[in-house]
Design a protein around this ligand. Structure first.
Ligand code: NAD
Ligand code: DAU
Length: 349
């Protein structure tokens, strides 16, 4: 019997990780700790929330005394830490929230784990989920390796980089049994529609303009979220303590090419003549500090732990579009309320 704390489990990636752990490990007690910010949604977990090994705790990782009490009470054996402010554009307008949650929140969790484990680290693990954005931007060629020096450009990636440094420092200084992974862009069901793919699906559906930043030539390396969750499971259980693993789909797309592919699928699924929604493409002012290209070298994860993405991009992308079209109520629920204010502020309509 193990008690595992998953933070940010009501969010996009976290909900897929919770689902995997709850179903795959009936002998684990899985605790999902989430503040339920605008990005956290318990509906994401409606298929597992009645399972006897699932527990939800509402709380803020920035609140140190709450976190310490929770760890003291539950005596977790492992932590899978995903809770974060995750949207680059929001970090440009409100960096402080990112420093509180991503940096202070992470250090609070490290302190709480260190306090209950009391130097007896047998069977314990603190797993920090990070991003490829900490490495900065690539030119036309090359890819990020685990040894690539950090060079974050947005307040989001600077805060994530800082949290990674703290996790390594707690390993090196106190011997905390940590492991880190840095993943590329995820796509799939349950992603909040402020990120490129669900935002554009929703806009195409409603015949709203598609705000392409700059020239649309920035490149991202897309991975299906379920394959990220599988990698997290593998690294949590088999990754070497103190190590870092890059995770990526080996699947680079220029934004504009990805958007055109999305339009092709959406027009087909909505029964519109091919190419109708191309007219919605609107080039807008570029994101400040916009990283040109990300690409991940995931060979360490492949060779050490045998991980491979299981879902081909064509298949995963089509399934993703189908999910958003089939889950209209989910999309309407998450795009109501405060999100409307955010959208008006960002895109002025
Ligand atoms: P998300 O924004 O969808 O979810 C974040 C979750 O954290 C939400 O449920 C939110 O309520 C919760 N949360 C936020 N602040 C909190 C706080 N102070 N206390 C407790 N809970 C809080 O994010 P995501 O896209 O699922 O990303 C999850 C993690 O994976 C993040 O750490 C992110 O940096 C990392 N990551 C994301 C991607 C990606 O493409 N989305 C890629 C690589 C790494
Ligand atoms: O690389 C991993 C990162 O991927 C994660 O760490 C982040 O949490 C996640 O949000 C994501 O960051 P990006 O900034 O790459 O994702 P986003 O979906 O915001 O943007 C993808 C690309 O699309 C990026 O080049 C900016 C562009 N874009 C985005 C939006 C929202 C647009 O052109 N228009 C838009 O409206």
């Amino acid at each position: 019997m193990k008690k595992i704390l998953i933070t940010g489990g009501a969010g996009f990636i976290g909900s897929h990780v919770v689902r995997l752990f709850v179903n795959k490990y009936p002998d684990y007690q899985v605790y999902n700790l989430d503040k339920l910010t605008y990005a956290g949604n318990l509906e994401n977990l409606s298929d597992v929330d009645k399972m006897p090994n699932y527990h939800f705790v509402k709380g803020d990782i920035v609140d140190a005394s709450f976190i310490n009490q929770l760890f003291e009470k539950e005596q977790f054996d492992g932590v899978v830490h995903l809770a974060a402010e995750s949207h680059v554009d929001r970090s440009i307008t409100n960096p402080m929230e990112f420093i509180f949650t991503n940096v202070v929140g992470t250090v609070n969790l490290l302190n709480a784990a260190k306090a209950i484990w009391k130097d007896n680290y047998e069977g314990k693990r603190f797993y920090h989920i990070s991003t490829d954005e900490v490495y900065g931007a690539l030119g036309e060629t090359g890819s990020f390796k685990e040894t690539t020096p950090y060079s974050p450009h947005s307040p989001y990636s600077a805060a994530k980089a800082s949290s990674d440094h703290f996790v390594r420092a707690y390993h090196d200084t106190y011997g905390l049994p940590t492991v880190i992974s840095n993943c590329s862009n995820n796509y799939g069901p349950n992603q909040f529609p402020e990120k490129l793919i669900p935002l554009f699906i929703n806009n195409i559906k409603h015949n709203k303009s598609l705000p392409v930043y700059g020239k649309g030539i920035n490149v991202r390396d897309w991975l299906y979220v379920v394959d990220h969750a599988r990698a997290i499971d593998l690294i949590f259980h088999q990754g070497r303590t103190g190590e870092t693993y890059n995770i990526g789909g080996n699947n680079e797309w220029r934004n504009i090419d990805l958007i055109k592919k999305l339009i092709e699928i959406m027009d087909r699924k909505l029964g519109r003549p091919a190419g109708t929604s191309l007219a919605l493409i609107t080039y807008v002012t570029d994101r400040a500090g916009h990283d040109l290209r990300y690409a991940i070298d995931a060979s360490k994860l492949r060779s050490e732990l045998g991980w491979e993405p299981s879902i081909k991009f064509d298949e995963g992308f089509e399934a993703t579009v189908e999910w958003y079209l089939a889950n209209e109520a989910w999309l309407n629920n998450v795009t109501s309320g405060s999100y409307q204010d955010y959208y008006k502020k960002m895109y002025g309509e």
